[in-house]
Ligand binder design. Structure first.
Ligand code: HSE
Length: 341
């Protein structure tokens, strides 16, 4: 499988590290032999149709800042769009940062990838939050798969639980903590009495927070994840403009102390039932959703199975990279099944 990787930050580099680490296992267990034919970062590209030397590329990125500095395969003036159009590959992995204003540059990368017949795996929430119904149609039209399990829950398979495991039931509603940064902040504030700004700085140091932390704090990251879940799991055709959004900026230590008196606390909860909504809510400390630190927790309410809650780490490079492999294996399995028929 030839792969183009666009966006080479923490997630992209973790994907390559995992590939080096588990290469033999992927080949023997799943028949998956990924060949990275191009990588694009802010400084340009590295391209090699026979497959890039992954160890060397990781070293160059670390020491020189950009894959384009590779003396053999580097191309400082090659853009992501040129690579996607000109380089032959089966898969495009789009891992540029989330932008919820216009979804760019990820949205254009994904569309171009589909139009040139590539299956898409993305960890970028912006294009999905703004245009998931249209992107699903475009993928169908071009006969390609679109997968994005790392966009919700990091490595925790929240999307698969809802879409695959609960397929025999009818999901009535979903609610949960979908943002590690805000959960970390609220936990630090309520358990250690730390002020909002210091807790945010700590979340940034731990690598949970988005490049623009307003995405986390003001509820937009949770809203993006709700949109993805509503489309993928519940078949709703919604985008970010359909979500009512409130964040946690105004929550004070005093608010949290008042809730604590009744063994309750405040969490930023995203919910999907009649509508989609993100807002800080008071919940019991004994509620299964009441998880600490950077964890995510999602409760599915189904007609027959009742309530089920999945808990796991919702962010992190290696965690999200494992979700990319989940998508790769899923696409490979789908393609193999198609060719067997
Ligand atoms: N900023 C996000 C979070 C990262 O804090 O959960 C994962 O989407």
């Amino acid at each position: 499988m030839r792969i183009i990787l666009v966006g080479f930050g923490v997630v992209g580099q973790s994907f390559l590290k995992l590939l080096v680490f588990r290469h033999n296992e992927f080949a023997s267990k799943y028949g998956l032999r990924p060949r990275i034919v191009a990588i694009v970062d802010r400084g340009g590209a590295a391209v090699n149709g026979r497959g890039l030397d992954v160890d060397r590329i990781l070293k160059i990125k670390k020491e020189m800042g950009s894959v384009s500095k590779d003396p053999n395969d580097g191309s400082p003036y090659l853009s992501a769009n040129e690579v996607i159009e000109k380089i032959e590959a089966e898969i495009l992995i789009e891992a540029t940062p989330t932008n919820i204003k216009d979804g760019e540059p990820g949205l254009t990368h994904i569309k171009k990838g589909m139009k040139t017949g590539k299956h898409i795996i993305t960890t970028n929430k912006g294009p999905l939050a703004l245009a998931l119904p249209a992107l699903t149609d475009l993928a169908d039209h071009n006969g390609v798969h679109l997968r994005f399990s790392g966009t919700v829950g990091g490595g925790t398979p929240i999307l698969d639980l809802g879409r695959k495991c609960l397929i025999g039931d009818r999901i009535l509603s979903i609610k949960g903590i979908l943002n590690g940064t805000t959960n970390y902040i609220l936990t630090e504030m309520s358990e250690k009495g730390i002020e909002f700004e210091s807790a945010l700085r700590m979340a940034q140091e731990l690598g949970y927070a988005e490049k623009d932390p307003s995405l986390d704090i003001d509820g937009f990251d949770t809203a993006c994840k709700l949109v993805i879940m509503a489309n993928w799991i519940m078949g709703k055709k919604v985008t970010l403009k359909d979500v009512k959004i409130a964040g946690i900026r105004h929550i004070t230590l005093r608010d949290l102390m008042n809730y604590a008196k009744k063994d309750n606390t405040i969490k930023l909860i995203g919910s999907i039932d009649e509508g989609l909504e993100v807002k800080p809510r008071g919940i019991s400390k004994r509620d299964p959703l009441c998880v600490p630190g950077g964890l995510n927790a999602v409760t599915f309410v189904s007609e027959f199975a009742g309530e089920e809650t999945i808990i796991g780490r919702g962010a992190g490079g290696m965690e999200t990279a494992s979700a990319i492999f989940r998508d790769l294996i899923d696409i490979k399995t789908n393609l193999s099944a198609k060719f067997r028929i």
